[in-house]
Design a protein around this ligand. Structure first.
Ligand code: HEM
Length: 490
């Protein structure tokens, strides 16, 4: 017992020494260690990363190093300088940190021989190019069936009431699951367990689960792994699905059966956790901004008028016509609600060159990250009144896409980054955009949708989700909906 106490005290001493000995060296970014040895700013960071980093930006400027749970993290907030981080694959490594998170969240450990570039290439083959149109068609069919089948039997005068977040998440999740996993037998059960898992995911990542929460999340994870197990293994139908091909890819890479299940859970989360929340925010902004709603509806009316088959309106004329207003609304929604954190480990001492000419030394073993939500997305120098939803922010007067934004007088390559960039770029971007647009189009053309309380405001964001992709609301927005009497009634 005495030995244990002695060793623990020694450990604490070493940590305190390590903590107190780190000082800012010449050419290094400003250093902010916080007051608590080793822990540094971990609590504030985990509670609300956006608020904490905004405070640090105010204090130190566009680059600084903070201590977070024993790690020194350099945060870069000048988008004109992002490329030196995003494109560096020699001095910076993006796999280690990611693998740690995969292990912590999904209990997933893939063989070291499996190169991330091979996995990415495989995914590109299945989410882009030729496969994309097949996936998108299947997604449209499932969305249509789910939405309209649920309304079957309801008379047009009958209103249904629901939270908008739950409506969007459940419909897009189920349609996405049916499209990629092609399983009709357990969709509801998978969605139920997925929501439990996803709700606790950030706490799992930050290791801050309470005992009961830990039980819930572990049980949800195990159940999901079982539910996702391909049914062809137990004699079910053999299909040429995405899932089957992924299974073959993993097997060829030497991944064992247990890890294959966990890899499928990771894919389920990656492919299904963002589109539903994005559709929620988009519809939420439209419902709480009547001018934006009218502009989108007017654009949709124009589309259906342009369509020659008006007698039998096709379910989606989006593919052939451009929709600049809708596109701007989507970009503006994502600017306000997509909050990925792009992180790299410094594997060799590196000189970071800023666009303004300064050079900073980054130490081997530290981490460097960019947080596009704070800049460019919410940077008042780039976007005027960044907290305000302006549906035409990404629209020029001639209705072309606005893509000219500046910081320090320099035109920006990165003026909004909901999809990440470089090695972190979303592979399903086109699929996601098509799915969200189709979903919103279907809802607006087939349903009367309105707020229960016309004065209701959007719920605030759940602050613990900063850094994990699309933000989720802390609360609901209650809506009611019913089938339109006539499709053209808009
Ligand atoms: C609004 C919806 C979406 C947003 C904002 C979004 C955003 C992102 C971001 C920021 C990343 C990089 C994450 C990181 O590296 O930390 C990512 C990765 C990825 N996304 Fe999306 N995504 C969305 C929807 C989708 C959909 C619907 C799919 C596929 C069906 C998809 C497939 C992927 C894949 C496969 C990756 C992993 C790339 C890799 O591991 O290198 N995404 N997404």
């Amino acid at each position: 017992m005495l030995w244990i106490i002695f060793l623990m005290l020694n450990g604490l001493l070493v940590l305190a020494l390590l903590y107190s000995t780190r000082t800012r060296q010449k050419n290094e970014p400003p250093l902010d260690k916080g007051f608590v040895p080793w822990l540094g700013h971990a609590l504030e960071f985990g509670k609300n990363a956006a608020k904490f980093l905004a405070r640090m930006k105010e204090k130190h400027g566009d680059i600084f190093t903070v201590c977070v749970a024993g790690h020194y993290v350099t945060v870069l907030l000048d988008p004109n300088s992002f490329d030196d981080v995003l494109n560096d694959t020699v001095f910076l490594d993006f796999t280690r940190n990611r693998n740690q998170l995969k292990k912590r969240i999904f209990s997933l450990q893939l063989p070291t021989s499996l190169r991330p570039s091979a996995e990415r290439k495989w995914m590109e083959m299945h989410f882009q190019g030729f496969s994309l149109s097949k996936l998108s068609t299947s997604m449209t069919t499932h969305l249509q069936n789910l939405l309209l089948n649920e309304q079957k039997g309801c008379s047009p005068s009958e209103w249904s009431q629901e939270g908008l977040f739950s409506l969007c998440y459940s419909l897009l999740f189920r349609a996405g699951y049916l499209t990629l996993f092609e399983r009709t037998d357990n969709t509801a059960a998978v969605y139920k367990e997925f929501r439990k898992f996803d709700d606790l995911l950030t706490k799992l990542a930050h290791c801050s689960l309470k005992r009961e929460e830990s039980k819930t999340v572990n049980s949800a994870r195990e159940q999901l792994c079982e539910l996702l197990s391909p049914n062809w293994l137990s004699g079910g139908s053999v299909s040429s699905s995405w899932q089957r091909s992924y299974h073959r890819f993993l097997e060829e890479e030497g991944v064992d059966a247990e890890m294959q299940k966990r890899a499928l859970l990771l894919q389920l989360w990656t492919t299904q956790c963002n589109a539903g929340p994005a559709a929620f925010w988009l519809l939420g902004f439209l419902l709480t901004h009547p001018d934006a709603m009218e502009a989108v509806k007017s654009e949709i009316r124009g589309l259906t008028l342009q369509d020659s088959s008006l007698q039998h309106p096709p379910i989606n004329p989006l593919e052939t016509c451009s929709t600049p207003v809708f596109d701007s609304v989507l970009s503006e929604t994502l600017r306000l609600t997509a909050a990925v954190m792009i992180s790299r480990e410094v594997v060799q001492d590196k000189t970071l060159r800023m666009a303004e000419g300064q050079e900073y030394h980054l130490r081997r073993g530290d981490r460097v990250c960019v947080f596009p939500f704070l800049s460019p997305q919410m940077d008042p120098e780039i976007h005027q009144e960044p907290q305000v939803f302006k549906y035409d922010r990404f629209l020029n007067e001639d209705l072309t896409e606005k893509d000219e934004f500046y910081k320090n007088g320099k035109r920006l390559k990165y003026y909004t980054m909901p999809w990440g960039a470089g090695n972190n770029m979303c592979i399903g971007k086109e699929f996601a955009v098509t799915a969200i647009k189709k979903f919103v189009f279907l809802l607006l053309t087939h349903l009367d949708l309105e707020l229960i309380d016309p004065e209701a405001k959007l719920p605030p964001v759940n602050a613990s989700r900063y850094g994990f992709g699309m933000l989720k609301p802390d609360g609901e927005l209650q809506v009611r909906y019913r089938l339109k009497r006539k499709l053209q009634d808009m």
